[in-house]
Design a binder for this molecule. Structure first.
Ligand code: NAD
Length: 256
């Protein structure tokens, strides 16, 4: 695969950028020249590994710590970002924000407690909202906001209703924020993965479920983080300047 330097001179922040899909996005944007802020919640070692991997490829990155889903999470994230950026002696400001961090809640409605509900909304919906709010003063005109949702908001899946509601709200954020930020030339889009091989899906260890999820894609396989990262890179680039408020299927054509 050849990579261009389409993100040279840009700064990107990827929430949950240390592993899974977020790691794939961090690596891809860094390969294409971006200075990447790799946000993480708990796994400092994974964040350091991703930063080192980027540096080993000749890219630039730094880790940003903030636990999401707790009061003041967005302010803490941006304070850590500002500090990290200053340590890199980089220009203040941001070009690309990817709201990727998230948790799942694979339970039928009857088994969802109020605590479960509040937690999944706090991490998947409330955190991105306030992360965006605090990002506005840092995002340069012409910047990009990309929200990682899920194909589940368009293709109904069993026993995942509360999770899907959090992503449906994120889809609404995309659509409406695109209007609000259009005058600044900032695009806001959703990228919606389907079944992707990451740690969020421990049930993939079950061969029957693995086969079922693979068969759900018209390509007959699971997605890889790089499949999603390539799409994000395009949306983050200049070639996607004329698309905003869009919901982009990144599921390998999932049909159930
Ligand atoms: P993952 O579990 O490997 O990654 C999730 C990331 O979010 C991790 O980096 C994790 O540290 C971070 N995170 C979770 N809770 C956090 C918290 N409280 N504070 C800070 N960081 C936190 O899973 P993934 O598959 O890479 O998920 C990335 C995104 O893709 C999620 O938003 C997920 O909903 C979405 N998605 C994944 C799939 C899939 O099949 N893997 C499908 C559709 C959508």
């Amino acid at each position: 695969m050849t990579t261009t330097q389409r993100h040279a001179g840009r700064t990107a922040l990827i929430t949950g950028g240390s592993r899974g899909i977020g790691r794939g996005i961090s690596l891809r944007l860094a390969r294409e020249g971006a200075l990447v802020a790799v946000h993480y919640g708990h796994d400092h070692a994974a964040a350091e590994r991703t930063v080192k991997e980027i540096e080993a490829e000749g890219g630039r990155a730094f880790a940003v710590h903030a636990e999401l889903g707790v009061p003041g999470d967005a302010a803490a994230l941006w304070a850590a970002f500002d500090e990290g950026l200053a340590a890199q002696e980089a220009e203040p400001g941001l070009d690309i924000l990817v709201n990727n961090a998230g948790i799942t809640l694979p339970r039928p409605i009857a088994q969802v407690t109020e605590e479960d509900y509040d937690r999944v909304f706090a991490i998947n919906t409330k955190a991105p909202f306030f992360i965006v709010q605090h990002a506005l003063e840092r995002l340069r005109d012409g910047g990009r906001i990309i929200n990682i949702s899920s194909v589940a908001t368009r293709v109904p899946l069993p026993a995942i209703v509360a999770y899907t509601m959090t992503k449906g709200a994120l889809d609404a954020l995309t659509l409406n924020l695109a209007k609000e930020l259009g005058p600044r030339g900032i695009t806001v889009n959703t990228v919606a993965p389907g079944f992707t091989e990451t740690e969020i899906n421990p049930t993939l260890a079950n061969p029957r479920i693995r086969q079922m999820y693979s068969d759900a894609s018209v390509f007959g396989r699971l997605g890889a983080p790089a499949d999603i990262a390539d799409i994000v890179s395009f949306v983050a680039g200049d070639d996607a300047r004329w698309m905003t408020g869009h919901w982009i299927d990144a599921s390998g054509g999932v049909q159930l």
